[in-house]
Design a protein around this ligand. Structure first.
Ligand SMILES: Cc1cc2nc3c(=O)[nH]c(=O)nc-3n(C[C@H](O)[C@H](O)[C@H](O)COP(=O)(O)OP(=O)(O)OC[C@H]3O[C@@H](n4cnc5c(N)ncnc54)[C@H](O)[C@@H]3O)c2cc1C
Length: 473
């Protein structure tokens, strides 16, 4: 069957659906093509089930503070992993159902199930159909990287696509890769009583690049589970176990959670039929402010372009692409980059990466350890460090890497400040409530002020106690 539409969107994930929200404002002449399950990676196997699991693990971990807080018999508490996983799936099902009910169900025959591939820049093949579209948006997401060498023992290998589907988990798990997902899930599973051995080929974990923050985070995580850094791991099957070998070390585990990164889903699209140069990963050139691929009538948004593989970025990129396919093209300003790793303490990154500023003479780093932070002490969470990168000439915030309690919120404060082009001085003028984690941010700003060594004209700082938090006498 041949079909002609104004806009075809490939992928009914978050980027595709946000694109669709823009397209539908202008036209009914569209087609949403999707292979695989509906409900989005975020809700099905990504952000949401992982955060559900992390929350349950945190509840259980809190028991370690019960006895000293006067709550007795915490040693009688136990975890039922099958029930934990069911709870995670219940959360997931609710969110997936919401998503499908709100977005997919009402689209009727404007949704086509099948894998799309390009015949040329305006033509797609889906199943046996040929779709001609004036404009096409690629929003095909990404998939966990899986080494074909593991195929022979794949029943022992879990990726994040399978983890939350498990009915139970074994007593020992290897975690391969301590990037964002591996670190979040490794810590959560360790807290649920599974013996975790995590192997990471690099020396930096959780996506960090600031050595101070990385060091603190490694020390904290090592208290909870085994971490082997700096060498790649080889997996092999030994009896009914998997042997992980890395440099001089080896261990037998029941299963391995593989979290060594994700790969954009572009292979099946046959981008080679577009007549453009693809890089060595098979990726096309695109403009991150318009989402357009070269000068083709094709746009690429979300994890599919491999640029900023995060949910809020997929949403923004979907909106940009969706807007541009139904309007004269605009170039959009991208927001300050921000990422959060939902470990305890939360890791977060905002703005410029440490590697971008480390050799810049016009940048200083303010630092604050949450070891003695008032609210953190009361919450039994007094650990972690925050580093803020500030422009010496005018005190403007350039970026931050933090691993602190409440880091998800502090990251927002910093990102929002940066988005508005504000400086350390501007932030110091804002109110800070007591006792809050935000007072830790105040201390961080205070350290920046000291290192800047200048007072901005016209700003008189309210005198500050050196001994503790912002609002302490
Ligand atoms: C464990 C985990 C935790 C995460 N946690 C967070 C978090 O806390 N915060 C955060 O911001 N981000 C998080 N992410 C990342 C976030 O989930 C992704 O950035 C986001 O879901 C990407 O959305 P997308 O629309 O690009 O892709 P998807 O939602 O994957 O949508 C792509 C769709 O395209 C379909 N498709 C693929 N190929 C084709 C084809 N050829 N033809 C037709 N259809 C096709 C797919 O089947 C899929 O339905 C996490 C990810 C994981 C895996």
């Amino acid at each position: 069957m041949k079909r002609e539409v104004k806009v075809a969107i490939i992928g009914a994930g978050s980027a595709g659906l946000y694109a669709l929200s823009q397209v539908r404002k202008e036209t009914d002449d569209y087609l949403l093509i999707n292979s695989g399950p509906y409900g989005t990676t975020c809700a099905r196997v990504g952000c949401m089930p992982s955060k559900s699991l992390i929350r349950i693990a945190e509840y259980y971990h809190d028991r370690l503070n019960f006895e000293k807080s006067g709550i007795k018999h915490s040693d009688a508490l136990e975890v039922s992993i099958p029930d934990v996983l069911q709870r995670v799936r219940d959360h997931r099902d609710l969110l997936v159902k919401e998503n499908i009910n709100h977005s997919i169900a009402r689209l009727g025959d404007k949704v086509l199930a099948g894998k799309a591939q390009f015949l040329d820049a305006n033509t797609l093949k889906v199943n046996n159909d040929e779709i001609r579209a004036e404009k096409i948006i690629i929003a095909t997401g990404s998939s966990p990287i899986f080494d074909p060498a593991w195929e022979t023992f794949k029943e022992h290998i879990l990726t994040t696509d399978e983890l939350f589907e498990q009915k139970d988990l074994p007593p020992t798990l290897g975690v391969l890769g301590l990037g964002v997902a591996g670190l979040e899930l490794g810590q959560a599973l360790a807290r649920l009583g599974i013996k975790i051995t995590a192997v990471h080929s690099k020396e930096f974990i959780g996506g960090l690049s600031d050595p101070d923050v990385n060091k603190v985070m490694i020390e904290l995580c090592k208290k909870e589970f085994d971490i082997w850094l700096g060498a790649r791991a080889q997996l092999s099957k030994v009896g009914d176990k998997i042997k992980i070998k890395s440099a001089e070390r080896e261990i037998l585990v029941d299963k391995v959670l593989v979290s060594i990164g994700r790969k954009p889903n572009v292979d099946a699209l046959k981008l080679e039929n577009l007549g453009i140069v693809l890089d060595k990963r098979g990726m096309p050139n695109f403009n991150p402010q318009t989402m357009q691929i070269e000068d083709l009538p094709i746009y690429i948004a979300g994890d599919a372009n491999g640029n900023r593989p995060l949910l809020h970025e997929a949403a923004d990129e979907g909106r940009i692409a969706g807007y541009n396919v139904v309007h004269p093209q605009k170039t959009f300003k991208r927001k300050v980059p921000m990422g959060v790793v939902f470990t305890d303490p939360n890791i977060a990154f905002v703005g410029k990466d440490y590697k971008e500023i480390k050799d810049d003479d016009n940048v200083l780093t303010g630092s604050y350890s949450f070891h003695n932070q008032g609210r953190a002490i009361l919450m039994n969470k007094n650990a972690g460090i925050a580093n803020l990168y500030v422009q010496k000439s005018d005190g403007k915030l350039l970026g931050a890497q933090i691993a602190v309690p409440g880091g998800e919120h502090l990251a927002h404060h910093i990102a929002w400040t940066m988005e508005q082009g504000l400086s350390v001085y501007d932030m110091m003028k804002l109110p800070f409530y007591h006792p809050t984690f935000e007072e830790g941010l105040y201390m961080l700003l205070r350290d920046c002020m000291k290192k800047l060594g200048i007072k901005k004209e016209g700003i008189v700082e309210i005198p500050f106690s050196e001994s503790g938090d912002n609002n302490q006498y």
